[in-house]
Design a protein around this ligand. Structure first.
Ligand SMILES: Cc1ncc(COP(=O)(O)O)c(C=O)c1O
Length: 464
């Protein structure tokens, strides 16, 4: 994930009834003035801060943008997290996307346990690789062939290399607020409009690398057209999150993705959908199926690893034939297509693809999103909760933002206060207004009621 403030990194069917009630009873106990982190969490965080930059192994986990301290989670089951102080939380992070059927889903646990007994990694082809690959290609309309890697970052870096090789061009267009992992070429901010190449966003990123990246506002087709006009014959690919999760939840305008397709075709560039977050989450066939727009390449991660480290890139068969060892575009990985991750991903997809599960996921997400809007508006707070499938956002604003500038103009201070109150009340939200929320099929009425009760209590206080 990324956090548009510049910090950052960027779920089955666990029992909802009994476990939910028990968890609700425990939620909120041990609350502290430190953003909900109890004494044991604080002690572990103190050690972690000495060992790891910011005390974490991925920036967003540090709660920096909400100015508090993260509870340290020791266990996760269904829709609930338990921290080392025994406090329980409704989980709306879902490990940042993978846990679509909830944590510790019995079918996933059983499959992974069976696999582990046969060995974890062998560095050879393993049986679930083709099974998972076949399921992905059968479900995603424009993934004809693919390659498994270890993370979404790696998938995006490899897709960019392939796009450059296939087109013989070097430049790439991306959008403000979209995140494509921490590969150097993507860590840049816009130069002046679409006309100049970017500047590095992070120390250590060479100007020479981002010197081929152009960043333009999301939902701005005219800016993309200007970029093509300013750099004729140079742009290899347009990378886009087809629904954005990394500046908070932002939906594409109806003509945006079809317009990108047209502009790429007209200019000989490839269209790359980064579906690391949206893949198997916003729709059974990803955003590409939801919107019916054809990408040339697709990047994946999160859900397809079922909570284990996985990424993938794929798409047109003729492009994938260029990848080594079939073709000359080099890319490899000791643990790529990791057997346990393949098994976990396969078990997760089998569960979420059972009849009715996507419908259930969308309806639970919609109930939560509608409930939040109603609860906050009833208290006189402007709020809008856009959602799609099992992904949503919450903006303290009258209307949902369409790009990063609009996202930044929402009441982010209110989100920070809300976040602290929710942690205290036993709801684990992403610690930034610029992150999407992830719902699972393990979430149900008990969890929604818990979140809405906590929200109502905060909203009443926020009015005083
Ligand atoms: C759209 C998108 N692309 C790429 C990535 C990078 O994936 P990873 O964190 O697995 O490297 C992320 C991570 O959140 C993402 O949301």
């Amino acid at each position: 994930m990324s956090d548009a403030t510049g910090g950052t990194q960027g779920g089955g069917g666990g029992p909802v009834g009994g476990a939910g009630r028990e968890a609700r009873a425990g939620a909120g106990r041990g609350a502290s003035a430190r953003g909900g982190a109890g004494p044991r969490s604080r002690a572990l965080n103190a050690v972690a801060r000495r060992l790891f930059p910011g005390g974490v192994n991925s920036p967003v986990r540090a709660f920096k943008s909400v100015g508090s301290e993260p509870p340290v989670i020791r266990a996760a089951k269904g829709a609930w997290l338990t921290d080392v102080d025994g406090r329980r939380y409704v989980d709306l992070i879902g490990a940042w996307g993978p846990m679509i059927v909830g944590h510790s889903h019995p079918a996933v646990v059983a499959a992974v346990t069976r696999r582990m007994r046969r060995g974890s990694a062998t560095g050879t082809p393993s049986p679930d690789e083709p099974r998972l690959g076949a399921r992905v290609t059968a479900t995603m309309p424009w993934v004809e062939r693919l390659r498994f890697v270890v993370s979404g970052t790696e998938a995006c870096m490899a897709a960019l290399r392939l796009a450059r090789a296939a087109t013989g061009r070097e430049a790439v267009v991306k959008f403000e607020g979209c995140y494509h992992g921490h590969g150097d070429a993507f860590l840049s901010s816009a130069g002046s409009g679409a006309l100049t190449f970017d500047a590095p966003d992070s120390p250590g990123v060479p100007q020479a690398v981002v010197g081929a990246t152009v960043t333009v506002p999301y939902n701005d087709l005219a800016a993309v057209a200007r970029a093509f006009a300013a750099h004729p014959g140079k742009i290899a690919a347009v990378f886009v999150e087809p629904i954005v999760g990394n500046m908070g939840f932002v939906r594409p305008d109806a003509d945006f993705l079809p317009g990108l397709r047209r502009l790429c075709d007209a200019n000989g560039a490839l269209l790359v959908f980064d579906e690391v977050m949206t893949g198997f989450r916003v729709h059974r066939g990803g955003a590409q199926a939801l919107f019916g727009v054809r990408p040339d390449l697709v990047t994946l991660g999160k859900v397809i690893g079922g909570g284990f480290p996985v990424g993938a890139y794929g798409g047109r068969a003729d492009l994938m034939a260029m990848v080594a060892p079939e073709g000359k575009v080099y890319q490899a990985g000791t643990l790529a297509g990791h057997p346990v991750a393949m098994t976990a991903g396969l078990a997760t997809l089998r569960e979420i693809q059972r009849p009715g599960q996507y419908e259930r996921l969308a309806s639970v997400t919609a109930k939560l999103a509608d409930g939040l809007e109603a609860t906050l508006r009833a208290a006189g707070i402007d709020a809008v909760a856009p959602r799609q499938g099992g992904m949503m956002g919450l903006w303290f604003a009258k209307v949902a933002p369409r790009n990063l500038a609009e996202a930044k103009a929402t009441k982010t201070d209110l989100f920070r206060a809300y976040h602290r109150a929710m942690i205290e009340a036993g709801v684990y939200l992403p610690p930034s207004p610029y992150e999407a929320w992830f719902v699972s099929t393990a979430h149900g009425d008990a969890e929604i009621a818990h979140v809405l009760d906590a929200t109502a209590a905060w909203a009443r206080g926020a009015q005083r």
